[in-house]
Design a protein around this ligand. Structure first.
Ligand code: PBG
Length: 326
C-alpha cells in the first residue's frame, strides 16, 4: 500500500533531525546542587560516587569550574556537625554560618554565577525534620516564622534566589513579605511546589546525615500517588508570589512536570534527585548502561516534559558532554 505520509522523511539525516528537533538541552538551564561542610578537606561521597562534599575553598574552585562550563546556577546544601544541631535549628539563623559564608565567598569570586540557597531546617534540626518538632508533630506556622528568618540571612549574604524545600503551608507568601520588608525585593523565590515524600532522597540524606530521627516526612511532603494535589500546591505558590516553581523528584514524576508546565506561566524546574543519579551511576559502573547516552536522554526527557531548569548532580559532567557534542 502507498503511504502518503511518511514520518521517516524527517528522520533521514542528522541535518534534518537537527532541523526538526523540538527540545534542546543547554548548559545554561542546568543547576548544580553542591554539598558543603566546614572542613579543610574535600570529601568524596561513597554513597554518591562522583559527588563530593566540598570544603569552602573546594566549593569555590568547583563552582568556578562549573561556571566556566556554562552552568547557570548552583544550589548549596550544608552538612553541619551534630554538636551544632538542636531542636530549634538555631544554626540555620547564624549570619556567620556555613551557608551565608559560602554565599558571600561565591558572590565575591563569581558575581555572575546565580547562587541559590535551600530554605529548610533539616540540616540544622536535631530531629532531622524540615520543620520544628513540638510534641512529636512538625508544626507549621512556627516553622514558617523561622524559615523567613533563614531566608533573610541568606538574602543578606547575597543569595540571588532562595528555594524553600520544606513544604510547610504558606511559607512562600510569608518569605516574600519578609524579603520585601527587608529591602530584598530583588531576591527570587524558587519554590519546591510539588515535593514528594520520595524514597529516591535516600542517598542525599546519607550524604548530609539528615534523615529524620523519628518517623518520615509524609505529613508535609506529598504522597507519590497524587498529581492533582501538585496543582493545588502550584496555585498557592503562584498566588503567594513564587518566581519559579519546582517538581521533585523529576524522572518518576514526568507527568507532574508536564501537568505543572501546562498549568502555569512561571518557569518550571525539576530536580533529578540523588536516587535517580545513583541508579544511572550504578548501571553505568557495571557497564549495563552507556552513561553519557542515558544521562543526556534522562535530562532531555525532563526538559521535554516541560522543565525549563534541571537540578542534577550530573550538571558539570553533562555540561562537558554538551560542549563536546557541538
Ligand atoms: C531537604 C532536602 C532533601 C533533598 C533536597 N532538600 C531531602 C529531603 O527532603 O529529605 C533531596 C535531594 C536529593 O535527594 O538529591 N530539605
Amino acid at each position: 500500500m502507498e503511504l502518503p505520509i511518511r514520518p521517516r522523511r524527517n528522520r533521514r539525516s542528522a541535518a534534518i533531525r537537527g532541523l526538526v528537533r523540538q527540545t534542546r538541552l543547554s548548559t545554561e538551564q542546568l543547576i548544580y546542587p553542591m554539598f558543603v561542610h566546614d572542613d579543610v578537606k574535600d570529601h568524596p561521597l561513597e554513597s554518591l560516587p562522583g559527588v563530593t562534599r566540598w570544603s569552602p575553598d573546594g566549593l569555590l574552585r568547583e563552582a568556578e569550574r562549573a561556571h566556566k562550563l556554562g552552568i547557570g546556577a548552583v544550589v548549596l546544601f550544608p552538612k553541619i556537625p551534630d554538636r551544632s544541631k538542636n531542636p530549634d535549628a538555631d544554626e540555620a539563623l547564624n549570619p556567620e554560618g556555613l551557608v551565608p559564608n559560602c554565599v558571600r565567598a561565591l558572590k565575591r569570586a563569581l558575581p555572575e554565577l546565580c547562587v541559590i540557597t535551600d530554605v529548610a531546617l533539616d540540616p540544622y534540626n536535631s530531629d532531622g525534620h524540615d520543620g520544628l518538632v513540638r510534641n512529636g508533630q512538625v508544626v507549621n506556622d512556627d516553622t514558617v516564622a523561622v524559615l523567613c528568618r533563614q531566608a533573610l540571612v541568606h538574602a543578606a549574604a547575597g543569595a540571588d534566589i532562595v528555594a524553600p524545600s520544606d513544604m510547610m503551608d504558606g511559607r512562600v507568601g510569608e518569605i516574600r513579605n519578609a524579603l520585601e520588608a527587608a529591602d530584598h525585593d530583588q531576591v527570587g523565590i524558587l519554590s519546591y511546589s510539588a515535593k514528594y515524600a520520595s524514597a529516591f532522597y535516600g542517598p542525599f540524606r546519607g550524604a548530609l546525615d539528615s534523615a529524620p530521627r523519628d518517623g518520615d516526612k509524609k505529613t508535609y511532603q506529598m504522597d507519590p500517588a497524587n498529581s492533582r494535589e501538585a496543582l493545588v500546591e502550584l496555585a498557592l505558590d503562584e498566588a503567594e508570589g513564587a518566581d519559579m516553581v519546582m517538581v521533585k523528584p523529576a524522572g518518576p514524576y514526568l507527568d507532574v512536570v508536564a501537568a505543572v508546565r501546562a498549568a502555569t506561566r512561571l518557569p518550571v524546574a525539576a530536580y533529578q534527585v540523588s536516587g535517580e543519579y545513583l541508579m544511572l551511576k550504578a548501571a553505568a559502573k557495571t557497564g549495563w548502561l552507556d552513561e553519557r547516552a542515558t544521562v543526556l536522554e534522562s535530562l532531555l526527557g525532563i526538559a521535554r516534559a516541560g522543565a525549563d531548569m534541571i537540578l542534577t548532580y550530573y550538571a558539570p559532567v553533562a555540561a562537558q558532554w554538551l560542549h563536546e557534542k557541538t
